[in-house]
Ligand binder design. Structure first.
Ligand code: NAD
Length: 504
């Protein structure tokens, strides 16, 4: 495979989403000599990337995009957003495929597979358009051996004499910390075929990352290991959350405290302390979909016990959300009918406006089913997104028995209106402004990690002001363990936290 200048000079990224946008913004920033063009089929999304109002919220993203997109006195613009997919592919020597790979219900009844149609159409497009050799990079999370199908399509459709090399380069950024994750990644993973052309393509991609990532953090391995490593990493992360959440249920029934359990276990260096925060359940576009994909792969490989093992991680997550709702109903005297309930937080975690698979969606649906009056406040999620997510839950109205979701839900733009006259506050996202805990000093490691901007800038809510406006008795159900329960109890709240004995 020959690159016109012997190295990568022009990059195209297909898919201007949560991964494609921030990743290319960092690549362009750190490699001013490269031209980076991010393309998407969605005109509104591209328009937003070209405007002052980016389509996604990530701390630090705006500055990085503006610098590379608009240029400055000492650098030319080198980051472009466009819907002209063909032109961007044609001039690139390396093409990232960063399109969505959501879950689909498999037609064979074997479970929930990855929907690969977006990946396939991107690959077909590359094959049709290319007149020069290209390195094609799987950035999307895909089932192991997807590169096989890509290579087959590229060689069947590609023009004679045009060669392609397929690499796997999964993305490990977490939403909310995407920019620091991209700037100082734990590792960059590049998978290739272990032959001369595969290894040389891997080295060309490694050189792009070497613009800012230390060489010892750029790991190369065989293509299939790299593809599976991404699913494995997400499965292991989600499994830790389900493990601590499963323990939280035992804590609530026994008087043990899940934060003490997490501390006791996390100080064992073999276990480690990360991803052991009990919560109302994980959300986001990746964990559930990637575990379902792993489950499906296991089933198609005739490994039913392995499939059942991974499926239980998702099952516990669903159970945790239902358990939390049941606790609310029980504490509120088994009736939510016409009681106002304030839901604080709608995104699936703090510092992102992303609501995909957010626990809030299914919990609000459950509460609406009990005929509660729900008022929602989230500092970053736009109101139209909330309506879209709740309408998408078509059965809200049917569960509730009458009316549309708007009869049960209001969206407020501040915490005080959301909580006024409420019987209960439910915290579903760990936004800093909901916490009343003493602010911990950053650890040395956190202090050294560049953040490029501040995360949540809103002031903390005034809990005593809120208390003055609520119905008695007043409850807080903390689905993220962000409150100091004792301090709230002094204000007269009854507080129920995940994995801790309640006030009742
Ligand atoms: P996204 O839905 O935000 O963005 C995908 C974009 O691809 C959309 O804007 C869509 O319009 C565009 N697209 C789809 N088909 C296209 C085509 N044929 N041509 C041009 N554009 C097309 O998705 P995302 O969150 O950025 O995720 C992308 C991939 O990265 C997924 O496979 C996901 O699993 C993986 N991933 C996501 C995260 C995350 O935190 N969101 C982290 C790591 C990996």
């Amino acid at each position: 495979l020959s690159l016109p200048h012997g190295r990568v000079q022009n990059i195209c990224c297909i898919g201007a989403g949560y991964v494609g946008g921030p990743t290319c913004a960092v690549i362009a920033n750190k490699n001013p000599h490269l031209k980076v063009t991010v393309v998407d089929l969605s005109q509104p999304r591209i328009d937003a990337w070209n405007s002052p109002h980016l389509p996604i919220y990530e701390p630090g993203l705006q500055e990085i995009v503006e610098l590379a997109r608009d240029g400055s006195a000492d650098r030319k613009p080198n980051l472009f957003f466009s819907t002209d997919v063909d032109a961007a592919i044609a001039e690139a020597d390396l093409v990232f495929v960063s399109v969505n790979t959501p879950t689909k219900v498999s037609g064979t009844g074997a479970g929930f597979a990855s929907e690969l149609s977006y990946v396939e159409s991107a690959i077909r497009k590359i094959a049709e358009v290319a007149t020069t050799d290209k390195i094609v990079v799987e950035k999307s999370t895909v089932p192991v051996r997807t590169a096989d199908s890509m290579r087959e399509i590229l060689s069947a459709i590609g023009k004679p004499g045009v060669r392609f090399e397929v690499l796997s380069n999964p993305e490990f950024l977490a939403e909310g910390t995407a920019i620091p994750d991209l700037l100082t990644p734990d590792r960059i993973l590049i998978g290739s075929l272990v032959n001369e052309s595969g290894l040389s393509a891997a080295s060309a991609l490694a050189n792009v990352y070497a613009g800012w990532v230390p060489r010892d953090r750029i790991i190369t391995m065989n293509l299939w290991s790299s593809e599976l490593a991404k699913l494995a990493a997400n499965a292991l992360l989600a499994q830790r959350i389900s493990s601590i959440n499963a323990l939280s249920a035992i804590c609530e029934a026994t008087g043990a405290d899940v934060e003490e359990i997490a501390f006791a276990c996390g100080t064992d260096t073999r276990i480690g302390s990360k991803m052991l925060r009990a919560s109302v359940g994980f959300g986001g576009s990746c964990f559930k979909k990637d575990i379902l994909s792993l489950t499906y792969i296991s089933e198609t490989l005739h490994l039913p016990e392995v499939a059942a093992y991974w499926r239980s991680v998702v099952d516990i997550n669903e159970y945790q959300k239902d358990r939390f709702t049941n606790r609310i109903i029980t504490c509120l005297y088994n009736s939510l009918t016409n009681k106002k309930i304030a839901v604080l937080g709608f995104s699936y975690k703090k510092d992102t406006g992303d609501t995909r698979e957010s626990a809030a969606i299914s919990i609000i649906k459950n509460l609406a089913g009990e005929r509660a009056k729900i008022s929602i406040y989230d500092p970053k999620v736009e109101e139209r997104q909330i309506w879209q997510d709740l309408q998408g839950y078509g059965n809200v109205s049917s569960v509730a028995g009458a009316g549309s979701v708007k009869d049960f839900v209001t969206v407020e733009n501040n915490v005080y209106d959301a909580c006024a006259d409420a019987h209960a506050i439910i915290i579903l996202t760990e936004w800093d402004e909901f916490s009343n805990k003493a602010i911990a000093k950053p650890t040395a490691a956190q202090a050294n990690k560049p953040t490029n901007g501040h995360a949540s800038t809103n002031p903390r809510m005034d809990w005593s002001r809120v208390a003055d406006t609520m119905k008695r008795p007043m409850f807080v159900f903390d689905g993220r363990n962000v409150v100091d329960a004792r301090a709230l109890e002094e204000l007269g709240f009854r507080v129920e936290c995940i994995g801790k004995p309640g006030t009742n």
